[in-house]
Design a protein around this ligand. Structure first.
Ligand SMILES: Nc1nc2c(ncn2[C@@H]2O[C@H](COP(=O)(O)OP(=O)(O)O)[C@@H](O)[C@H]2O)c(=O)[nH]1
Ligand SMILES: Nc1ncnc2c1ncn2[C@@H]1O[C@H](COP(=O)(O)OP(=O)(O)O)[C@@H](O)[C@H]1O
Length: 213
């Protein structure tokens, strides 16, 4: 249910549309907790938890993990963030997941990053990441960057197809609830000021830690 003074947001967009990049900026500017389903799953794989070992091949092949597995994982984390404002990145990705989230709380806003697939294809096949942190570049520890197993051209094609089939209906779901806000463009730096301006109106003033674009 809606909680006064607390903001619950979701960021959506195809794989590689810039959700992680924009989420970090939102978390920094507005002091929200950022929860990424992909980072959570990859942390489980790195830590070799039972769940991580079970899900690894699914993720490497670019397939979505089962709805009940990811819903349980994310809703458990959200219960521990009960009183804080948060931003979900990568969840929900299916209508079943959106319904599971709804059973726990209302979402205030859904930010949809609308980036052409051709732009995305070029970005993802040249994406290098620091696995433990999920960050793009690791200047801090100097640890080596690797290419994600699911960023090969064939797997990217599969993930984009899955996105169209399974995740676009989630956009319709939120549009019908009147909480969807779409931002279109090919560059994150151009999209970001619009996202910032929108959230500045939505997020209670006292939450804005460093609210400058
Ligand atoms: N060339 C370019 N790359 C970008 C831009 N925005 C994000 N990226 C890169 O594209 C890749 C995907 O972005 P990411 O934020 O991880 O997207 P996500 O998969 O939606 O979470 C990463 O390697 C980013 O560093 C942009 O505006 N231009
Ligand atoms: N909500 C989810 N439902 C099912 N699978 C998920 C979900 N979130 C992440 N995954 C799995 O983790 C992989 C990586 O997700 P993520 O880091 O969000 O990458 P991207 O946005 O670049 O696809 C997905 O391809 C999928 O296998």
């Amino acid at each position: 249910m809606a909680l006064k003074g607390v903001f619950r947001g979701v960021i959506m967009g195809a794989p590689g549309s810039g959700k992680g990049t924009v989420s970090s900026r939102i978390a920094q500017s507005f002091g929200l907790q950022h929860l990424s389903s992909g980072d959570t799953l990859r942390a489980n794989i790195e830590a070799k938890t039972d769940l991580g070992l079970l899900m690894k091949s699914c993720i490497d092949q670019g397939q979505l993990v089962p709805d009940d597995v990811i819903s349980r994982l994310i809703l458990t984390s959200l219960r521990n963030m009960n009183q804080s404002s948060w931003l979900l990145d990568g969840f929900p990705r299916t209508v079943a997941q959106a319904e599971a989230l709804d059973s726990m709380c209302d979402v205030d806003s859904v930010i949809n990053l609308d980036v052409p697939f051709q732009t995305i294809r070029e970005r993802l096949t040249s994406r290098w990441v620091h696995l433990p942190s999920g960050r793009g570049l690791d200047d801090v520890t100097g640890e080596p960057l690797v290419q994600r197993d699911d960023d090969s051209p064939e797997t990217v094609t599969r993930r984009l197809k899955d996105y169209e089939r399974q995740t676009q209906p989630v956009l319709e779901y939120y549009r019908s609830k009147g909480v969807l806000e779409t931002f279109t463009g090919t560059e994150t730096n151009k999209i970001w000021p619009h996202v910032h301006a929108f959230l500045s109106k939505k997020i209670p003033g006292n939450q804005q830690a460093r609210g400058k674009a």
